[in-house]
Each structure stands twice: as C-alpha cells, then as structure tokens.
Write a protein that binds this ligand. Sequence first.
Ligand code: C2O
Ligand code: CU
Length: 568
Amino acid sequence: AWQPDYILRVSETTLYSDCQPRQSVVINGTSPGPLLTFQEGQHYWVRVYNDLPDQNTTVHFHGFSQYASPFNDGTPQASGWPIPPGDFYDYEFQLEYGFYGTYWYHSHVQNQVGTAQGPVIVEQVNKTDCPVEYDEEIVMMISDYYHATDDVIIAGLLNTTVFGWLGEPQSLLVNGNAQGVCNASVLLPGQTCGTGCGNNKQLVKPSTRYRVRIISSTSLSYVGLALEGHNMTVFEVDGTYVEPLPVTSLEMGVGQRYSVLIETMDNPTQSDWYWRLRTMWRPTRVNGSALWSYDPSTSSDPFTRSSIGQEPTPVGLNETVPLPDEVFGWVSGSNPNHCMFLLQPTKPQLTLWILNAQQMVDMQGFRWSINGQLNNSTLPNVPYLIQLYNETEDKRMPNYTTALQNGGYDIGSNTYPAKLGEVLDIVIQNRAGPTSGMVEAHPFHTHGAKYWDMGYGPGNFSYTALNTSRASMKGSPYLRDTSVVYSGPGESYNSSVIDDDGPGGWRLFRIKVSDPGAWLIHCHITAHQIMGMQALFMYGAEDLPAIPDSLLAEYLTYGGGSDSFDSH
Ligand code: C2O
Ligand code: CU
C-alpha cells in the first residue's frame, strides 16, 4: 500500500532554546523539525497532522515551485484552506529534474513560521554539475528566538489603538540552540527555567571537506556570520550553483540559503572554533554563536569556550559593513555554465510591474502596503485558488486588460494576473513611509517558480539605473527565490527625510510565467507580512492543472477559519 514519504505533526510545546521557556508551535515535537530529504525528479507525499488545540496550520515548502500542484503550496487565502485543528492534509508534489539544493519548510499561518520550521535537502541524482567536491555535509539552520509568544506578538502587531512592535529577538539560534541566560523574574506561573541550553556544537574531523548548508529561517533578523580560523567558499545560492567564490563572511536575509565549502584544518591548534552571528540593518545588534569542535573530549564544558560577550570575533565579521557584499564582491559574474541565462527577452516582450512597498498608517494602526493596497484586507477569505477550482464559487477571473491599466493589479480579483509565456519584470521599490519616513531592508520571497535576480540599487528604479548599477547582474543573473530590497546606500534604518520619493532602494526580479497558480510574493519578515506586506500573483488562471480525484474532496473541504491571521 502507498505510504506517505514523511509524516509531520504540528503541535505545541515549551521550548527552552536559550533556557527561557516559550510556548511554541513545533513540528514533530522539536524546533527545527526533522530534516526532510528529497530527490530531484521524484514524486512525494507528505502528510501533515494538525495537533494544535485551537489554531490552523499549513506546511509550505519554501522554494519549491509546486508547478504541478499549485493547490499544495500551503498558503492560506491563496493556494488553499489551512488545516484545522484535529485534521490532516496530504501535500503531494512532483519535483523537476534539475531542481535540487538547500530549502526549508515552514508553517504559513500567522507567526508560526518562527518555530514551526525545518530544513530540506533536495539531492541531485547526477552530481556531475556540482562545482565542488566534498566529503560530508552539515546543516546550519539560523533562527531568532523571541521570549514573547506568537499570541502576544500578533496581538501587538494588529492592535488598532496601541501598536506593539515585537522588537529585536532575545537570541540567535543555530539548529535551535543558543547559550542564553534565563530571566526567572519574567517566568509565567508554572514555568521554570531550562537547564543545559547552550550553543550548537558540531563535531568535525580534521582534513575534511564539508558542505555546510546554511539556512536563514529567522523571523526578522538579517544575519552576518563567519567562522573563526576557517575560510569558506560559496557555491550554492537558493538551489542554484554559482562559480565557487571564497568569502570571509556571509550575509543572509530571511529565507535565503547558501552552501559553502569549508575545509577543516589538518592540525588544529585548539579544539573549539567559534561561529559568530550578528544581526544587521536593525537599530540594535543581537549576537549569537555556535561551535565547531575537533575534539569534544578536551572540553570540560560541552557548549562554550568563552563566557557570553567574550567570544572571539572572526576576521570578516566587521562591526559595520557599508553595503552588503552580496553582489559586489562575490556572486556577480559567477554563474555556473549549466544554468545560463535562458531568458534574454527583448524589451517589447516585457511587462513591467513596479510594486511600491511602503509603510502606511491608517485607522487600523501601522500597515504595510503594496501599491497602496493594504493586502491583509484584500486577500480573500475563500482562498483564491479554491475559488477557481470550486465550480460552485463565484469565480473572480482576472481581467488582464484592466490590470495592465492599473500597474498590473486587477481590482476585481485582487491579484496581479499574467498569462503563461509572458515575461515579467517585477520591481520591488522600497519607499519611505509618508508619515514615519522610515525605510528598512526587506527580504522578498516569491512563491511558484524562481526569478532571475537582475540587480538592485538605491533610489528609484529605472532601466538606466539597472544598467549602471554596480549591483546589476547584467548578462549573468542567477535564479533565486528570496532577495533583499535594501533601504538605500549604507546600512541605515531611520531616514530623517519624510518624503514619499525619499531614500529607498529597488530590486528587479525577472520571471518567465510558466507555472499556473496563485502565488504570494511577500516580505519574509513575519511581522511585515502579517501587517500586509504581501501581494497575490495569479499566473495562468485558464491553465490550472487538474487536481487528482483522490485529493479533490480533501482540498475543497473547509474545516477551519480561512484567514491566516485568525487563529480560531
Ligand atoms: Cu518561506 Cu511565503 O514563504
Ligand atoms: Cu519587510
């Protein structure tokens, strides 16, 4: 009989990641949840049980195109219903050949993503394309830990009278661990401090080539990281191989992944070496660490070599970085030969959409808007794809003509619709809030197929700006699924300029529309998404793939609240 390839159970538990207890939504009892390994070109069935007492959930496979199963993308209000408490759902999908690399999965409901998450490896069947050779693999999942619970965080964000910002995280975690100090004075009744928490410690062997798959699965933090005493060579970016490039540090926005090659020392002069992590592009810094240890038997404390605050800082992790090195120093011009820019459309074929992302204040408090749309109120209660699949619903098919007259946005369906075969240039234009004047860096993620990351720059987008930008990929863009839209030149947070056309930055995604479905594009800072920083793209509304009969009833069944912001 058929069996699911994986069974995931979403439940609530108390985490003690940095020793402070926190009631959290987790997968299979832990955070991160289990590593899921898939193979390119294969078909999979992942069954997800919702064991939460009173919240919906979903699982989204971040970076998977779901090209044959857009109904299984795990996005409430877009691809399908969430899973109500006590129920389960079968996510089935086919992976393309040529699709491999480092990914992750997470709940797409409310704030659950912060802890209901886990790593994914899609293995390459034929390894001849791999630009480096390695002996072993290590997964490092980087997350940020808030002592406030999801309920408290959401209540603050959506409070219409007194806005409550969640602030910076208390700890940065590697694989769910940090060396923290429990504050006993803030424990809730019945809670006790955890014991034995400490930095993630990875045993390594000398003279070994490690492929380290680094996954940034934070809720908010943009993280810089480096390993003292060791160099690393980047060769994979969100599932795309790039020409190997040595770096001394990495910077990662929420949702991005890199594989780096690290060769361990032949004769290490000490047993333990520190990874240091530091948040960037925020008003204050949060630090984190992890350890690589060559010989655990020489260490009396299994988790630390230094006390908190005394850890060494690896070369390359500078206190301030004027601009991210993402393109200038490394990935630019470093494409692997096999994944060339397949798509060089001439201008007339291109459709240009500019999405102005801006912070707004209205009667509901702080909101993020995209082109003036406050999207948490415009996304439908009945998931848009359910409307299209369910013949009994009042389908709001997109109107392409009026959408084009409106910068791509179709008011009738509340989507940005496109037909298969179209080539879209989607600019994320970062704008200062009209009243706050605030500009921040935003990691934008596209669901569905990846985009060609064409370049970015400060100020307003234009094709001239693209062609003259130092960060233009020119002839060698690469495929990604998450990229950061920066806030302008330099690492800055608050701008004093209160001007709609003030400082900001842009980034250009080029997409050849090939996969029908209702796909979200959103900022992966969870709080920003909850505050509306998302838009719905509808590709190929007339060409949706059929849902297998075996799944149809399950897919159309409504069992819980549909709104991803409504927990009950
Ligand atoms: Cu990592 Cu909308 O997802
Ligand atoms: Cu954001």
